[in-house]
Design a protein around this ligand. Structure first.
Ligand SMILES: *Cc1c(COP(=O)(O)O)cnc(C)c1O
Length: 367
């Protein structure tokens, strides 16, 4: 039997291990020089001036909304088809998540659905770059500018994704990344907030340490949490960041093999990438149309699993169908595209350690 293959496999080399040991041996293991180095290099990688490291992508989203001044009862427009953390961060601020349905080809928030959701209470638009494909940022920026509202990119799945060679994390007023173990680059757990606005980043650096002043210890000039990253995690993140472009290139090559093998199968739709967009395939996600393919998405999952291939369903239900969001009055039927797509999506292993042989095996099972 073949080895089990999953949708993620963190790559941990000797350099990563050694850099962690170096931190441990230094005796200085909490937020310190490695975190500062990660912040400088991550900002450079994204093509922005500043970044602040946090202990998760969720913390980065929360801190981003804090930096943008989101308050109780403000509204934040986002996609219902995402990981729960995106919208939970809005609840953390006591604000209201206002969902706008997605585009069925890109899986990202459809700018056409944003316009009529903007009210006097709207503070932020939070596009999610799902699976590693940037949202339609030019349209979203136009809408945000016209309404004088800010943008927080949820770039937790999109390290290195581009539009016209401009990187994710450089379009929004602030942008949140996750360094969770399964992401394109990781630190075990971790997050980074990027921005070109220095005062946003200073506020976030205070927010991650209980609202303490950045100059005087035990002087709490605001409110905050313990959202600090350790140097141990930063060391892992730094060693991963060096490999980011290689990882993404390999994901792209793997996706090309899957594209070639799967195109032309009736009822299977391969990922669509609009021109000038650079997808980084955090997930390689196909759509299964049972009417044409002849088997349901869930039957195909079982076929793959029987062959030791463990695909993912990201995500089986859109967020507005869960109790915490239904409290805002949402009900089934409100976002038909997200609801339909959540029944069709299937994410196949595409990570850098998948071999060509594995990819061909996956293709043959689906065929
Ligand atoms: C992973 C992820 C998050 C949360 O990041 P954590 O580091 O797990 O807290 C938020 N949004 C999206 C879209 C994600 O994929």
């Amino acid at each position: 039997m073949n080895e089990k293959i999953f949708t993620a496999k963190p790559f941990i080399d000797e350099d990563t291990c050694n850099s962690v040991l170096e931190v441990l041996r230094s005796g200085m293991i909490t937020q310190g020089v490695k975190v500062a180095e990660l912040e400088a290099k991550f900002a450079e990688y994204c093509g922005v001036k500043y970044s602040a490291a946090l202990n998760s992508g969720t913390a980065a989203l929360h801190a981003g909304l804090f930096a943008l001044g989101v308050d109780k009862d403000d509204e934040v427009i986002t996609s219902p088809f995402t990981f729960v953390a995106s919208a939970n961060s809005i609840l953390m601020m006591g604000a209201k998540p206002v969902f706008a349905d997605i585009d069925e080809d890109t899986f990202n928030i459809d700018p056409k659905n944003i316009q009529n959701k903007i009210t006097a209470k709207t503070k932020v638009i939070m596009p999610i770059h799902l699976y590693g494909l940037l949202s339609d940022m030019p349209q979203i920026q136009t809408l945000a500018n016209a309404a004088k509202i800010t943008i927080l990119e949820d770039a937790c799945q999109a390290h290195g994704a581009t539009l016209n060679d401009q990187k994710a994390g450089s379009f929004g007023d602030v942008s949140a990344f996750s360094l969770y173990a399964t992401k394109n680059i990781m630190a075990g757990e971790g997050g980074v907030l990027t921005s070109n606005n220095e005062s946003f980043i200073e506020n976030v650096k205070s927010f991650r340490h209980h609202g303490q002043s950045l100059v005087t210890q035990y002087n709490y000039t605001g409110f905050g949490y313990n959202y600090r990253m350790t140097d141990i995690h930063a060391a892992i993140g730094l060693s991963q960041l060096k490999m980011a472009e290689n990882f993404n290139r390999k994901r792209l090559e793997n996706a090309a093999i899957l594209n070639k093998g799967l195109s032309g199968i009736s009822g299977i739709t391969i990922p669509s990438v609009p021109s000038n967009y650079g997808h980084v395939y955090h997930q390689y996600t196909i759509k299964v149309d049972v009417g044409k393919y002849g088997r349901t998405r869930d039957e195909l999952v079982q076929d793959l699993q029987r062959n030791n291939v463990f695909p993912g369903i990201f995500y089986p239900k859109p967020l507005h169908t869960y109790p915490v969001f239904q409290k805002f009055g949402y009900k089934e039927g409100d976002f038909p595209v997200s609801e339909k797509i959540s029944q069709q999506v299937l994410s196949l292993p595409v990570h850098p350690q998948i071999t060509n042989e594995d990819l061909n095996r996956i293709i043959n099972i689906i065929k």
